[in-house]
Design a protein around this ligand. Structure first.
Ligand SMILES: Nc1ncnc2c1ncn2[C@@H]1O[C@H](COP(=O)(O)OP(=O)(O)O)[C@@H](O)[C@H]1O
Ligand SMILES: [Mg+2]
Length: 278
């Protein structure tokens, strides 16, 4: 069985990772796929009916029409809305990337495609010496980068894409989210094209601001229709098909051009004990 999926990251927190991941899940479901979703670490989980829940996971499951167990979809529920390593430390929890990998593999066996939403941006730490980028590498999933539409997005998007590429991560595309056409100016009009040209990564689409959509409520009204119009999933090409190894042979651990993070990732036990079943 193939391991198809995407790891949705963003240029920042609050840029719309959950909305875009949900949009993608809804479109893929509409196309007839069984879609698994995962929010491995939630910092800022909320109490609902006496239970701690991830609003992001709830939104993603609604979008995907999935009903997998919370232990698989949102295994780490942390109260404090701060960096996961800090939130975990405050609760005396240790985040175990291997347990996230096992949950992801279980979901991958039960669905055609798995969409995983990171927390924050790519370099947010999950624990000491382990970032979201490390998790994407461990899960062996290509990235989808969510970016905001306005001034500043060129720099943030390129930093995210180019650093991911430096680590050997495959970047499937960028989605620009939350465009308000009525107030869009030259920056909004030119930004996406510049990001695509300078990063060499396709813009999958520009999702507009949708007044009825809300992660917190949760409300998905209008999301599928807007996503079908705005997102061109054909630009993901063969990305959604079984993956080969992510780390190209040109990026070996002794390559001095590779930043220290990838040395650590490549040297770590988790990548050495790589026994992917897919
Ligand atoms: N395209 C959109 N239209 C309307 N509201 C949006 C859109 N994208 C994001 N939001 C809202 O903005 C906030 C942040 O989006 P979210 O997807 O939760 O970001 P992230 O997952 O990156 O933290 C949420 O309240 C969400 O409902
Ligand atoms: Mg989110």
């Amino acid at each position: 069985m193939g391991y198809r999926g995407l790891f949705v990251t963003g240029t920042d927190t609050g840029v719309g990772k959950t909305v875009v991941a949900g949009a993608l899940a809804a479109v893929l479901k509409r196309q007839g796929h069984s879609v698994g979703v995962m929010k491995p670490v939630t910092a800022g989980a909320v109490l609902q009916n006496g239970r701690l829940v991830s609003e992001d996971a709830t939104f993603l499951m609604l979008a995907a029409g999935a009903d997998d167990a919370p232990s698989l979809v949102s295994p780490y529920l942390l109260r404090e809305p701060v960096s996961p390593n800090v939130a975990a430390r405050l609760e005396g929890v240790e985040i175990d990337p291997q347990s996230i990998l096992l949950a992801c593999r279980t979901l991958a066996r039960q669905h055609d495609i798995v969409i995983v939403e990171g927390a924050g941006g790519l370099l947010v730490p999950l624990r000491d010496h382990f970032t979201m980028a490390d998790l994407a590498i461990l899960l062996d999933l290509p990235l989808l980068v969510v970016a905001r539409p306005n001034l500043g997005t060129i720099n943030h998007s390129l930093l995210t894409v180019l650093y991911a590429k430096t680590l050997g991560l495959q970047v499937a595309g960028v989605v620009v989210n939350g465009l308000r056409p009525e107030s869009a100016g030259i920056a909004e009009e030119t930004g996406p094209g510049i990001i695509q040209e300078m990063s060499g990564v396709p813009i999958i689409g520009i999702l507009p601001y949708l007044p009825d959509v809300s992660v917190e409520k949760p409300c998905l009204d209008g999301l599928l229709q807007a996503a079908e119009k705005a997102l061109d999933l054909s630009k993901l090409g063969s990305i959604l098909w079984p993956q080969g190894r992510l780390l190209p042979t040109t990026l070996m651990p002794n390559d001095p051009t590779v930043p220290s993070l990838s040395h650590r990732v490549l040297d770590s036990e988790v990548t050495k004990n790589d026994d992917r079943p897919f």
